[in-house]
Design a protein around this ligand. Structure first.
Ligand SMILES: C[S@@+](CC[C@H](N)C(=O)[O-])C[C@H]1O[C@@H](n2cnc3c(N)ncnc32)[C@H](O)[C@@H]1O
Length: 304
């Protein structure tokens, strides 16, 4: 790992690489706000780590969104010893899923120390974590990584151009990338209806998630930005169209539990046996909408 890190200033303290002992250096008010939002989720991180990540089962309790992430991760065709950078890794949910695909060497970067401390708990020693604001650049050598993933992070950045340029620099020639990004062109997606019908509640949801419309982009703007930084996109598709969003966030499990109140269905049973059947009915109409360019987010898969 020391050979990947460019700056001498980073030191490993309690299993995490830090730029200085007092915390992370932010680049301005914008990333400071993101740090505040994600550091304040300590209780939720603890709960997720305790309940979601048993040793034996990487797929347990996955939201439908993560099931879709996993389908895209499989397209990266991870190999043993691939060096993978997860930008904005949070508590390491995605690295955890990838660890079931191949014996990768993983590096997770995030601005939230609270998130990284929990990531450190769930991932083994072949994973390293770096606390930094990516708005200030990536503290790694050129051509250091075989794969870069960045899921639900680009929309949080004030200067995504800077970060995309840096991602290009640290990815090896021929290296693969996968991004998932919420977008602002929402027409006919569930979020579009939500915004029209309950604008205040929609704004609150966005703010709580650290999504600020003034810096977010449309699907076309993102594609142009990715291509403009030298990446080749091999596959892109809209996501979070209509039904998927509705059935995510444990809603179906709660509804079914109310219907069959005598037998409390264990969540694990729901996710292994029931959710895949529900997904069959959700995925087909959503796939059609995605082809029609409907969705509140998009995946971008490609190469340097
Ligand atoms: C919505 S979460 C996505 C987490 C994870 N990638 C996933 O898919 O589950 C966004 C993450 O980006 C991180 N983040 C936001 N702004 C950042 C910045 N400037 N530098 C580094 N990380 C940042 C947050 O701390 C948070 O963990």
């Amino acid at each position: 790992m020391d050979s990947l890190i460019r700056s001498q200033r980073f030191q490993k303290i309690d299993g995490i690489y830090l730029e200085n002992e007092s915390g992370v250096k932010t680049s301005g008010a914008y990333d400071s706000r993101q740090k505040q939002i994600y550091d304040s989720r300590t209780d939720s991180y603890k709960e997720q780590v305790q309940s979601n990540y048993p040793e034996s089962c990487g797929f347990n309790k996955l939201l439908l969104t993560y099931r879709e992430h996993l389908r895209w991760v499989k397209k990266l065709k991870l190999k043993d010893d691939d060096c993978v950078l997860d930008i904005g890794c949070n508590i390491g949910q995605l690295l955890h899923l990838m660890n079931y695909q191949a014996k990768i060497k993983g590096v997770g970067v995030d601005i939230s120390i609270e998130a990284l401390q929990n990531a450190r708990l769930i991932l083994p020693e072949n994973f390293e974590f770096v606390l930094c604001s990516i708005e200030k650049g990536l503290p790694f050598e050129d051509n250091a990584f075989d794969v870069i993933v960045c899921m639900d992070v680009i929309e949080h950045l004030e200067n995504p151009q800077v970060v995309l340029k840096e991602m290009y620099r640290v990815l090896k020639p021929g290296g693969r990338f996968l991004f998932h990004v919420p977008v602002t062109d929402l027409f006919l997606s569930l979020d579009w209806f939500y915004q029209k019908i309950m604008p205040k509640s929609f704004d609150k949801k966005m703010q709580d998630a650290g999504h600020f419309l003034e810096v977010m982009k449309t699907h076309n703007q993102l594609q142009n930005m990715i291509l403009g930084n030298g990446f080749a996109i091999t596959k892109t598709r809209r996501f979070n169209s209509l039904l998927q969003t509705m059935f995510d966030y444990h809603i179906t499990h709660r509804i079914l539990n109310r219907m069959f109140f005598i037998w409390k269905m264990p969540f694990k049973f729901y996710h292994f046996a029931i959710a895949p059947i529900i997904e069959l009915f959700i995925l087909l109409p959503d796939r059609i909408l995605q082809k029609m360019n409907v969705g509140s987010s998009a995946y971008y898969l490609g190469k340097k």
